[in-house]
Design a protein around this ligand. Structure first.
Ligand SMILES: Nc1ncnc2c1ncn2[C@@H]1O[C@H](COP(=O)(O)OP(=O)(O)O)[C@@H](O)[C@H]1O
Ligand SMILES: [Mg+2]
Length: 274
């Protein structure tokens, strides 16, 4: 548990800034606090993972940044401007496969490009680039029903990338996959990210996944949903199997695990310094 949060201090250069965000829902006539006092800055091209117990408000935080929910109080800023709805600079990937079942992989990836007004040739070139990047070139003409769960998520990642967002918001995108597929997709996502850097906020409830992917792990706590801890991951990229099996990875994993599973009631990151 940190007593100060130097890595969580607002800076002028932040790509994403969350300032004193609170979100309440009405539940049976009573106000229910989903998240409160959430402060977080994410730098350009930083890969931040958010981990925490079910119901701690991870999706609520992401939906606010995606522009799908509005904060009850506080501000969610992208490039210094308040988020006022969804936008093309923010690509969103959910756990459920949000592919159009009647469109092929290529047409799914091209979809947002058509909306953006690209010519047929440009769409094709751009879609094929990202389809190759996620290794689905053999399946470009296949319908989603012919793909495994992991392939569907790779298609969703290619589709999100194709419209060239500067931010990727991912809500447990590998949550429904088996452990082996998950590990492969983690490596592939990092490979894609290292070639095409973006600012990423990736939500997971898997501690290993949180540490393996991130520059920084944000641990949330429930009742009320809040940021509990922020942990820097100073492990080198590319994150190979050697990194995953290293003692340094083990130490960070234990630290995050402890922070997720032995949470002290009422504690929030930065409370001791505020
Ligand atoms: N639209 C909503 N109406 C009422 N309560 C909600 C709504 N969305 C989320 N909540 C509640 O807010 C809390 C946080 O939910 P969520 O952000 O989905 O958590 P997580 O993604 O960490 O599991 C939960 O207790 C959930 O039941
Ligand atoms: Mg969720």
């Amino acid at each position: 548990m940190t007593t100060t949060t130097p890595t969580n201090t607002p800076t002028a250069t932040a790509k994403i800034s969350v300032r004193d965000v609170r979100k309440t829902f009405e539940l049976k006539g009573e106000e229910f606090v989903a998240i409160e006092r959430v402060n977080l800055d994410i730098a350009d091209n930083e890969f931040v993972t958010v981990v925490g117990p079910s119901g701690c408000g991870k999706s609520t935080l992401m939906n606010i940044l995606a522009g799908l929910e509005t904060p009850t109080a506080g501000h969610a800023l992208v490039d210094g401007t308040d988020v006022s709805g969804p936008g093309p600079e923010r690509g969103v990937i959910f756990q459920q496969y949000a592919l159009f079942p009647w469109l092929t992989v290529r047409k799914n990836v091209e979809f947002g490009l058509k909306v953006a007004g690209l010519s047929r040739a440009e769409r094709r070139e751009r879609a094929d680039y990202f389809i190759r990047m996620v290794g689905l070139e053999q399946f470009a003409d296949a319908l989603p029903k012919m793909l495994s769960g992991g392939m569907k998520q790779r298609c969703a990642i290619a589709r999100a990338y194709a419209v060239n967002p500067s931010i990727l918001l991912m809500d447990e995108p590998f949550g429904a996959l088996d452990a082996l597929t998950r590990v492969k997709l983690q490596e592939q996502l990092l490979d894609t990210w290292s070639r095409e850097k973006r600012t990423v906020m990736f939500i997971t409830h898997d501690v290993d996944e949180a540490v393996f992917l991130a520059n920084r792990v944000v641990v949330m706590a429930a009742r009320p949903g809040r940021i509990y801890d922020v942990i820097d991951v100073n492990l080198p990229y590319p994150r190979t199997e050697d990194v995953r099996l290293s003692p340094e990875f083990g130490e960070l994993r234990n630290r995050v695990w402890h922070s997720v599973y032995h949470q002290q009631p009422g504690v929030a990151a930065g409370t001791a310094s505020n």
